[in-house]
Write a protein that binds this ligand. Structure first.
Ligand SMILES: *Cc1c(COP(=O)(O)O)cnc(C)c1O
Length: 343
């Protein structure tokens, strides 16, 4: 780990805001996993800001209605300030997204979405963006490169909250962007240097250590998620479960053929609305009621407790991040919490 702000003159690195050998080690790893060249940022939002900065002011941006709430707030703020024109779409409805593309400069994608777990046909949508002259960016935080590699499905840029699965231990906040395009890579790098959203070497070291077990963690977590999704789907206290391993959404064809597995994020709509969902969150003992996701420990959260979450996300929706604990322990805890009476 390289803890230094300055370097001996005329070496490969000159200053700590420009580069760091610890960053390079992580970037090489993530680049190989995602079939591109990666850049590490101080947070997922710093990487997302840099990617949004790739298109000029005045651009038309097409984005999912149920995009990650931070990205949604960033884009809606930019639209309110007159910097972009925002077209919000249902990302699982391929025809609707394609129809919104003419005149757009940026197609923002997330699949599965946070927190509605909608799956987009990335191959069709990135091809549509290319034909329309728009840059496509895919937030691949939920799927991880173990499940889906956006650049191989035609995306111009992939972004990550490294905070989540890649680092995997709920102990750092970090982000990354990845692209196979040299010009886009140079512009993202310049954004990082000039806007200054740089990562601390210690956090990147921890992420590099975390990523060593990414394949094992994701394999375990998504196998457990599929078991839980199928059991929850027939639980008497559950109205609806959202996980790509279950039957398709009415009216949608989930493009799960582009995924290797289904990911470990699911969403559950509890019978009894917000109070019942709050009661479940307050009654688990193994599952932790907390924001964030992608750690080795299972967490769940009622997303609408955040005022920034959009109103089309159901009040009763709990987002579940399945960790690597024993699946029967996870099930037993969820089952008792779902059955605990609402006061
Ligand atoms: C958490 C998250 C982000 C933001 O990442 P930070 O590391 O918290 O800045 C972006 N996209 C998705 C899908 C996320 O879950």
């Amino acid at each position: 780990m390289w803890l230094t702000s300055t370097y001996v003159a005329d070496g490969p690195v000159d200053y700590g805001r420009t580069d760091n050998p610890t960053w390079q080690a992580f970037e090489q790893t993530l680049g190989e996993l995602e079939a591109g060249s990666a850049l590490v940022f101080s947070s997922g939002m710093a990487a997302i800001s840099a990617a949004c900065g790739l298109v000029p002011d005045g651009s038309v941006v097409v984005a999912p209605r149920h995009v990650y709430s931070g990205t949604g707030a960033l884009l809606r703020d930019a639209a309110a300030a007159g910097r972009v024109t925002l077209r919000e779409v249902d990302v699982a409805d391929t025809a609707q997204v394609l129809a919104a593309l003419p005149g757009a400069r940026l197609l923002w994608l997330e699949s599965p979405t946070n927190p509605m777990i909608e799956v987009a046909d990335l191959r069709a949508l990135t091809a549509g963006a290319r034909a329309a002259g728009a840059l496509s960016v895919v937030d691949n935080t939920f799927a991880t490169p173990m499940v889906q590699r956006p650049l191989t499905l035609g995306a111009g840029v992939g972004v990550h909250s490294v905070t989540k699965y890649l680092a995997g231990h709920s102990d750092v906040v970090l982000g990354a962007a990845v692209t196979a395009d040299d010009d886009l890579h140079a512009r993202l790098r310049a954004h990082r240097r000039l806007h200054g959203g740089i990562a601390g070497p210690h956090e990147v070291f921890l992420a590099l250590r975390g990523v060593r077990t990414l394949a094992l963690r994701v394999e375990r977590a998504q196998a457990s998620a599929a078991v839980l999704a199928h059991r929850l789907a027939v639980h008497p206290c559950v109205e609806r479960v959202r996980h790509p391993s279950l039957a398709t959404d009415p009216g949608h064809t989930l493009a799960t053929d582009q995924m290797h597995g289904y990911g470990a994020m699911l969403a559950v709509e509890v019978r009894g609305g917000a109070p019942a969902a709050e009661q479940v969150a307050a009654s688990t003992r193994l599952w932790v009621h907390a924001t964030s996701l992608g750690g080795v420990e299972s967490t769940l959260e009622r997303r609408r407790r955040h005022p920034a979450e959009v109103a089309t996300v159901p009040e009763s929706l709990l987002r579940l991040s399945v960790g690597i604990e024993d699946v029967e322990d996870l099930w037993a805890d969820l089952d008792q919490a779902l059955r605990s009476p609402t006061p």
